[in-house]
Write a protein that binds this ligand. Structure first.
Ligand code: NAP
Length: 289
């Protein structure tokens, strides 16, 4: 029940009506019996400064930040954590006694997906497909996990060049055309292949990034950060070639759980969050059909 003492949480974005976060976060709040509520707030780019001022003034204890505000919000905060600064994107704000601190829990969520499957990347090479916003979080996650080198395969290497210019890199990172021989050399030795492109995401489930499965190291772990459908064509193909796989659901749950634990100092019930997320995804699929 929402009362006068309930702590306020939410997500800002534009548009926001399709956000799955309210269902997922309120399920964890309910499961833990916490006195808090999480709502979706539509904030246009023109109103971002006013909205942040308002959330601070009304004492919101924290909020998530989604497209298109993840970078624009940075100068409006009092402090930004090192990992969020490295990728130039904040997806979680924590209000600590009036001080607004920005974090990026997509990085944590991505790593959760690896830990869930017992994958260790220490000292090993990695390959990432795509170089957009999510790829930056994945890149940072791979570096935190100790990957020795990273190859980014894209359709347009020139366009992707900013990713390596903007981010502080702890290991060698090369950007290659995903139809090139360089790509095949990287696939041959890699310990992991991660898809961060939207190819294969619902409703265009026929999409798949180009991978020569005959070349990919047989022991490579294959990770698709897409969460709808739960099994993309990319993951189906990987499984049929004998690879262990992970989808984007644990990353989505993990980023939400990490945010909630920072706001409410709690250990969120991930099973409840996952169930609520899956129900919300199903409802979304039915609405689209
Ligand atoms: P984004 O910033 O638009 O970047 C997409 C990347 O994919 C770019 O490198 C883009 O290349 C490439 N790409 C897009 N369409 C392509 C196509 N038709 N052919 C080849 N390359 C294509 O998107 P994003 O925010 O990174 O999100 C990417 C995916 O990650 C989405 O499916 C999203 O749902 C998922 N995601 C999942 C989670 C999670 O928690 N599981 C979190 C964040 C994102 P160009 O620059 O050449 O267009």
């Amino acid at each position: 029940m929402i009362t006068g003492t309930s702590k306020n949480l939410g997500v800002i974005g534009y548009p926001i009506i399709h956000s799955l976060s309210p269902a997922m976060q309120n399920s964890a709040i309910d499961a833990a019996g916490l006195d808090a509520v999480y709502i979706a707030m539509e904030v246009s780019p023109e109103e971002l400064t006013a909205a942040v001022k308002g959330l601070r003034a009304t004492g919101f204890i924290g909020w998530n930040v989604t497209i298109p505000h993840k970078t624009a919000i940075i100068p409006l905060l009092d402090e930004v954590d090192e990992n969020a600064r490295a990728i130039g994107a904040v997806n979680t704000v924590v209000n600590r006694g009036g001080k607004l601190i920005g974090y990026n829990t997509d990085i944590i969520g991505f790593c959760d997906g690896l830990h869930e499957k017992g994958v260790s990347l220490k000292g090993k090479p990695a390959v990432v497909l795509g170089a957009g916003g999510a790829a930056r979080a994945v890149l940072q996650g791979l570096m935190l996990e100790g990957a020795a080198s990273i190859t980014i395969g894209v359709r347009n290497p020139q366009k992707a060049a900013s990713i390596t210019k903007d981010m502080p890199l702890k290991v060698p990172v090369q950007i290659v055309d995903w139809d090139s021989e360089d790509m095949n050399s990287a696939l041959k030795d890699t310990a992991i292949l991660v898809n961060t492109t939207p190819l294969g995401m619902a409703p265009k489930t026929e999409g798949i990034p180009p991978v020569d499965w005959g070349v990919l190291s047989p022991s490579a772990f294959v990770y698709d950060i897409i969460y709808t459908p739960a099994e993309t064509r990319f993951l189906k193909e990987a499984k049929s070639h004998g690879h262990d796989t992970q989808n984007g659901v644990p990353m989505l749950v993990g980023q939400g759980a990490a945010a909630l634990s920072m706001w409410l100092d709690t250990k969120p019930d991930r099973t409840a969050m996952r169930k609520a997320l899956e129900a919300a995804l199903l409802a979304k699929e039915k609405a689209q059909a």
